[in-house]
Structure formats: structure tokens, C-alpha cells
Design a protein around this ligand. Structure first.
Ligand SMILES: [Zn+2]
Length: 579
């Protein structure tokens, strides 16, 4: 018998088997029990969180004559036929491949006919955001006059791409990322059923790498099992996810903070010798540092998010390093991550980084390691020597042709790799918001900001906790981040952007674009914008006239700018740093 992927075999068949979405499954079961079934549902949420599984279970439950507590029996003819995908009345459409108007027109033509085998005809349209405008219009017509006994279940990872007219005709359910601990329990359950032996630590590594998606977790588990001939070991899980052990990360950070350059360099070598990917090492280090920071601010948050990371060593380290220093380290890590993307010699970069990290100068905290003058002189000499050695190596590397050089050892698989270049501010997105920005819009954003943050997942909130809206219009909002690494993290996180835009849509009833900027660059961006847009602000929303320079030599140029600035950014225009 050919091997079947775990996520297929263990796809939930009952609402109770859907992990981490209790509120949604409870609500759906209640609707079924009380026969308050709507004719259109919208299931939104990240991939692998149970949307299509829930849709199929719903299709069974609404048609099953042996419903028990809202759960389908999975044994009657109808249930079995739906499980096998052979019931004509349950129609699954993948909009990613069927995005034409024709297919939806086809639905419109056939939707009129009563179900032939079951009580309800159920259309499940997956990735519904991929439909063309024409197809959406056709779908809307159908939803406006829904025939009896027809149910639409629309599933999507990107609800903001769905027209509001469609959304308003559906009952919406937002599927959340699944907590690592829930993923862990599900994997334990499956492995126990399969009587496969496993290492608990391994499952923690997998649960963490899956980032809230059950399907991803089971795929990684599959890989780990095939890597380990049917067993699940910690080593294999690390290998498959490309992760570095927490112990190694901890050792390394201890060494660099205690300025043990040599020991830290040996640790780096050990990481590379194990065949770990240098880029991944940097990513893991960065996330470890972020956890340290978060732990200092809100210990509970980290405990909830991260499995198996918090032990006494972690706590001790978080007490010892000043937040300031961690921020510096993260900045360094970011720099090196950007510059080593295309190198064939990541080891050299890691070594330079290590020397830099061991000699970070605290900005305002004073290190309390007493050293006498001769020790200090020796340290400086050592350091100078190390730096010049490394610089020579680096120069060699940089001048060498990159043609067909063999790439340093790579891990077997890397489920997720960050984007190819560091995110930058998109003025193309910033300027259109500024063109129509008003203080009223900004105040509106400020008034809903806390609510918006509460709609995010714990992880997303962690990224956003040092951000704030700094300008807004009726088309978008500009959000500034105190720390540039969090700006970069946010900028490359499409799900976060989606969550924010959806949240604003729900809070304010308008669809707004969310644009990120680092707080450090914001004053300059503002200045540049104002310098380029000297025409008086048009407050009534009439088209702007920035290209035509008005003949206003008589009036001092400052005034309209200041007026415009005040209008855009509010009273804090001159002291934006203070809040
Ligand atoms: Zn049944």
C-alpha cells in the first residue's frame, strides 16, 4: 500500500477533531442542532488551520440524518459518500484553479436545480479570493437570491481581497493560528495511535516550526519520520526543520555577552560543522533574542508562545542582559543576515559577527566587569588582531568570483525561508496615504488602535507592541515602529498586514491599506513629502495639485507647509518623538 501523508489520513472527520478552533466548531454545531443554518459562510484564517476540514464536516452534518450533538455520524450512506468525494450535491471548487467567470456562471445555472441525493446542495469554494471580478459579480448575484436548500461555504486566507458586498452576505468565522501546545497534543495523539515512538522534545521543535498550521506540522512530522526510519528523534526534528538547539543558542549568547570571543567562535564552528545553515542560525538567534526581550516585558506571553524554551538558563540570561544590549544585538544580527544572503562563505560573516557581538559597547548602561589596564590593553590587541584577520578573509571572499563556487553545507530542508532582500519603506504606498491624510482620520485610528491590537494573535501583538499610527487618510494608515527590526519583521509578514487590514475593516467598516515605516525614518519621510508637496492642502478631498507650482512668491513658503503638516500629523508635528 502506498504511503499516505499524515495530514490526509488524520484529516478531522468530526468537529471535535478540529484542533484549536473550539469557539467556531461549537457555534457551528449549535447552528446545526437548532437548525439555524445560514445559506452562506465565510471561513477565513491562515493556511492549515482547519477551514476546509470544517467546511466538509459541515456539509456532512447538514445532510446526515443521524446527527448527534451536531456531529455527523460518518457511517451513513451520505456521510460515507461525502467522505469519498462521490456525492454530487457537495461540490468543491478550488478558485485558485477555477477562477474564471464561466465556472461561477456554471454554478448559477446549476444552483437552481434541487439537490438530487442529499437534503442540501453545498458548494465549497476554496481560496475564494482568487476569483476574478466577473466571477465575484456572478457569485454575488447567486448570493443575493439564494435558492432554497443551497449552502455556500467560502474559504480564504485573504479575506481583504473579497468584495465587501460578498462578505456582508455571509456569516463570517475567523480561524485562528493553532497554539503550539495544541499542535503538540494532536501529534502526540496521532503517534500514540500509530504506536510510533517519539521524543517529546522533537515534537516541541516541530510544533514551533509549524507556526500555527496543523498541516505544516504534520508534513514536518512526516519528513522527520521518514528521515528517522519511522521514529521521531530530537536530532532528526532539528535536522528537518534546520533549527539549532536551544542549548547551543543559549551557550552562544552567554559566551558573547560574557565576552568570551574564543569560546563563542568555537560554538559557531560547531554549529557549522553540524551542517546547520548559517542563515537559519541567525534567524534562530534573532528569535531567541526577541524572546529574551519579550520575556523581560511580559513573561507570560513568551510562556504561551514558545514551547520548551523557558528554563532556568533562559531566565538567568534574560535577567543578566540589558534590553538595550539585546536590541543592539538584534540590529547586528539583522545587518549580517542582510549582507550574507548571497555569500558562499557564511562562516566568515558569522565570525565577524561573533567578534562584533562580544564587543558591543553599551550605549548608556555601564558594564560592570572590572578589568585592569594591562588586561584591557591585551584585550584590545587581541581584538585588533582578530578583526584584521577577519577583514583580510572577508576581503578575499568579496573579491573572489562567485561563479560556481560550492555553497557551504545546507540543511536538508528548510520549510520557510525569508524573502530575498531586506524590506524597505515603500514611498509608493506612503505618499498616497499622505495625499489625503487628515488629523481626524489619525484620531480615529488612535481611538480604535487598542481594539485592533486585541484582535491580533499573541505573536502578531508581540511584533506590533512598539508601533503606533502616525498618519491616516480615508484610504490608508501609516504605522511607525520604534525598532527597525520589528518594522522589517512586520513588513515581511503578509499575514500580519492582512490581519490588520481585516481588523480595521471590521472595526471601521472601511477597507484601508496599512503601511509600515520605521520611526527613525519617519521624520525624514515626512519632511521629504512636505518639501515635494508645497501646494496648500486640499481638505475637502478634491484632487491635489502638487505638480503646478502656484505663483505665491509673496507668501512665505513655510506657512502652507506648516498648515499642511499640522493637518496631516496633528499637534505633535514638532515633537513626534515624545510620545
Ligand atoms: Zn451520517
Amino acid at each position: 500500500m502506498s504511503y499516505q501523508a499524515l495530514y490526509r489520513v488524520w484529516r478531522p472527520q468530526r468537529f471535535d477533531e478540529i484542533v484549536g478552533q473550539t469557539i467556531i466548531t461549537k457555534t457551528l454545531k449549535n447552528a446545526l442542532i437548532t437548525k439555524q443554518v445560514s445559506h452562506a459562510y465565510l471561513f477565513t484564517g491562515p493556511r492549515g488551520t482547519g477551514k476546509t476540514s470544517a467546511a466538509k464536516i459541515f456539509a456532512k452534518a447538514v445532510n446526515c440524518h443521524y446527527l448527534t450533538d451536531g456531529e455527523p455520524c460518518n457511517e451513513c450512506e451520505t456521510c460515507v459518500a461525502i467522505n469519498e468525494g462521490s456525492l454530487n450535491d457537495v461540490i468543491e471548487i478550488d478558485a485558485a484553479s477555477n477562477n474564471g467567470v464561466e465556472e461561477i456562471r456554471d454554478i448559477r445555472d446549476k444552483v437552481k436545480y434541487a439537490p438530487t441525493q442529499a437534503d442540501y446542495k453545498v458548494y465549497i469554494i476554496d481560496e475564494v479570493h482568487m476569483l476574478s471580478t466577473g466571477a465575484f459579480n456572478a457569485l454575488l448575484k447567486t448570493l443575493e437570491e439564494p435558492p432554497a436548500n443551497v449552502i455556500f461555504i467560502l474559504a480564504t486566507t485573504e479575506p481583504h481581497k473579497i468584495p465587501a458586498t460578498i462578505i456582508s452576505r455571509t456569516q463570517r468565522y475567523d480561524f485562528k493560528r493553532i497554539k503550539a501546545v495544541d499542535i503538540l497534543q494532536r501529534m502526540q495523539f496521532i503517534l500514540q495511535q500509530k504506536t510510533v515512538s517519539y521524543d517529546d522534545q522533537a515534537l516541541k521543535v516541530i510544533a514551533k516550526a509549524a507556526e500555527g498550521g496543523m498541516r505544516d506540522a504534520l508534513s514536518i512530522l512526516d519528513q522527520t519520520m521518514s528521515y528517522g526510519d519511522g521514529t521521531v528523534t530530537y536530532e532528526n526534528a532539528l535536522q528537518v526543520t534546520g533549527s539549532v538547539t536551544n542549548q547551543l543558542l543559549l551557550d552562544y549568547l552567554k559566551q558573547v555577552t560574557q565576552q568570551q570571543t574564543k569560546a563563542a567562535l568555537i560554538t559557531v564552528q560547531a554549529v557549522l560543522n553540524e551542517g546547520k545553515d548559517a542563515q537559519r542560525f541567525i534567524e534562530d538567534l534573532t528569535s531567541y533574542c526577541q524572546n529574551l526581550l519579550l520575556f523581560q516585558q511580559d513573561a507570560e506571553m513568551v510562556t504561551e508562545m514558545e514551547l520548551g524554551i523557558i528554563d532556568d538558563d533562559f531566565k538567568q540570561l534574560s535577567e543578566k542582559i540589558a534590553a538595550e544590549k539585546i536590541y543592539q544585538m538584534i540590529d547586528e544580527l539583522n545587518d549580517v543576515a542582510n549582507s550574507m544572503r548571497y555569500t558562499t562563505h557564511p562562516d566568515v560573516y558569522l565570525e565577524v559577527l561573533t567578534v562584533k557581538l562580544t564587543h558591543l559597547q553599551p550605549n548608556n548602561t555601564v558594564e560592570t566587569t572590572p578589568v585592569n589596564d594591562s588586561q584591557l590593553a591585551q584585550q584590545v590587541t587581541d581584538l585588533q588582531q582578530q578583526i584584521s584577520d577577519l577583514q583580510q578573509q572577508l576581503a578575499k571572499v568579496q573579491s573572489a568570483p562567485i561563479t560556481t563556487a560550492k555553497v557551504a553545507p545546507q540543511t536538508k530542508s528548510k520549510p520557510r525561508v525569508a524573502g530575498n532582500k531586506g524590506p524597505t519603506v515603500s514611498l509608493k504606498q506612503v505618499y498616497p496615504v499622505l495625499d489625503h491624510a487628515t488629523r481626524k482620520d489619525l484620531e480615529q485610528q488612535q481611538s480604535v488602535w487598542t481594539d485592533l491590537m486585541n484582535m491580533l494573535s499573541v505573536t502578531q501583538r508581540a511584533v506590533m507592541h512598539v508601533s503606533k499610527p502616525v498618519a491616516a487618510s480615508d484610504s490608508g494608515v501609516i504605522v511607525a515602529f520604534d525598532y527597525s527590526f520589528l518594522f522589517q519583521k512586520a513588513q515581511s509578514d503578509q499575514e500580519l498586514v492582512d490581519a490588520l487590514e481585516n481588523g480595521l475593516d471590521r472595526l471601521l467598516g472601511v477597507s484601508l491599506k496599512v503601511v509600515f515605516v520605521p520611526d527613525s525614518e519617519w521624520p525624514q519621510i515626512r519632511k521629504d513629502y512636505l518639501a515635494n508637496h508645497k501646494a496648500p492642502a486640499t481638505q475637502t478631498g478634491t484632487p491635489k495639485t502638487d505638480k503646478s507650482q502656484p505663483s505665491d512668491e509673496m507668501t512665505p513658503k513655510e506657512e502652507p507647509i506648516v498648515a499642511k503638516a499640522k493637518d496631516l500629523f496633528g499637534m505633535d508635528v514638532l515633537e513626534i518623538k515624545n510620545d
